[in-house]
Write a protein that binds this ligand. Structure first.
Ligand code: AMP
Ligand code: ZN
Length: 116
């Protein structure tokens, strides 16, 4: 996709701190980290969000989820981490190339959604 910032990262057209790459996915540090560890796992194929995923994405989704703990441990998250997939407007998605956030810290992370 021409105007997709994450496609540009995976084609090395804009820089990112890549921490993992294989033929199907890359992982790189979030530019605006919410915690000491905050990286994103994205597929190399452009798919806008989880809403646009179908049966054909089953394999890549499974792969991305299984990579999360492997890379998280490498990044120092030996005692857990949080995974987030923001989807669409209501989910607060800002970049419309599917990505999993992996967020970790030494201490327990704050509650994700505050109930009023
Ligand atoms: P989301 O709201 O789930 O779409 O989150 C998009 C995430 O991408 C945010 O946490 C941004 O900080 C991050 N982000 C945006 N541009 C870049 C970039 N060039 N390199 C790394 N992370 C980025
Ligand atoms: Zn893209």
């Amino acid at each position: 996709m021409d105007n997709c910032i994450f496609c540009k990262i995976l084609h090395d057209e804009i820089p990112a701190q890549k921490i993992y790459e294989d033929s199907e996915v890359i992982a790189f540090n979030d530019i605006n980290p919410a915690a000491p560890v905050h990286f994103l796992i994205i597929p190399k194929i452009h798919v806008a969000s989880l809403m646009e995923c179908g049966k054909t994405h089953q394999q890549i989704l499974g792969k991305m989820l299984l990579l999360a703990p492997t890379i998280a441990k490498e990044q120092g998250c030996t005692d857990g981490f949080r995974t987030i997939i923001n989807t669409g407007r209501v989910g607060g998605q800002e970049v419309f190339h599917l990505h999993i956030h992996i967020i970790g810290s030494k201490n327990r992370l704050p509650a994700m959604i505050h109930k009023d």
